[in-house]
Design a protein around this ligand. Structure first.
Ligand code: GRF
Length: 212
């Protein structure tokens, strides 16, 4: 059975979704860079070991990432799962975990990398928005894509309503991606693209607003 470590910074709703999914892997630890992250309580309620490593205690990104990697490696994970971990990771850290470091981002990448994705999508008037699970590379929010979910943007959406619709899909696609990873069904190819073995293809289009 694969071993995973989950990194968080906040409330932990994706962590909760991963726990609820009954994944076929062992969650060795949940690590937060903030002591007040709500997700720590969720992990503790499930009997999962937790650790806090405050980025503010380190002089720079390199020393924080080095200490974080040392901590992660004590759990010998097959995969390191970022679930709302709000720190930009150095190239050295990302390279160390190449093909084993996965993130969820609240947009249809490569559109809207970075922060405030829902507000920016509303500002641009896009009709379709969504979320992406991807491998992490040194190119922020541009790593090889594993799975995406698209949602319609509705005319009366606020940042909050759109965020909630996207988050609902995050909670569906992240467990699926981790399931594939743990079953060795995901291949990260040398050309930087992801190949899925044995997945179902879907032929449906999401049209937003819908046709008459
Ligand atoms: C999610 O929207 C995720 O896509 C982003 O940060 C948020 C974390 O939320 N990376 P939660 O802590 O999992 O509730």
């Amino acid at each position: 059975m694969k071993n995973i470590v989950i990194l968080i910074s906040g409330r932990g709703s994706n962590l909760q979704a991963l726990l609820d999914a009954g994944l076929p892997c062992r969650i060795a630890a949940v690590i937060s860079n903030r002591a007040d992250a709500g997700g720590l309580k969720i992990a503790q309620a499930h009997g999962i070991p937790t650790a806090v490593i405050e980025h503010r205690d380190y002089a720079d990104r390199d020393s924080f990432d080095a200490a974080l990697a040392r901590l992660i490696d004590t759990f010998h994970p097959d995969f390191v799962i970022l679930a709302g971990f709000m720190r930009i990771l150095t190239a050295g850290f990302v390279t160390r975990y190449r093909g084993r470091l996965v993130n969820i981002h609240p947009s249809l990448l490569p559109a809207y990398g970075g922060l405030h994705t829902h507000a920016r999508a509303l500002q641009d008037g896009v009709r379709i928005h969504g979320c992406t699970v991807h491998f992490v590379t040194a190119d922020l929010d541009h790593g090889p894509i594993i799975i995406q979910a698209a949602v319609p943007v509705l005319c009366d959406d606020t940042e909050q309503t759109l965020a909630a619709r996207v988050l609902h899909e995050e909670h569906r696609i992240y467990p699926q991606a981790i399931r594939w990873l743990c079953a060795d069904l995901i291949e990260l190819r040398d050309d930087g693209r992801v190949r899925l073995r044995h997945h179902k293809q879907s032929g449906f289009a999401l049209i937003s607003p819908s046709l008459e």
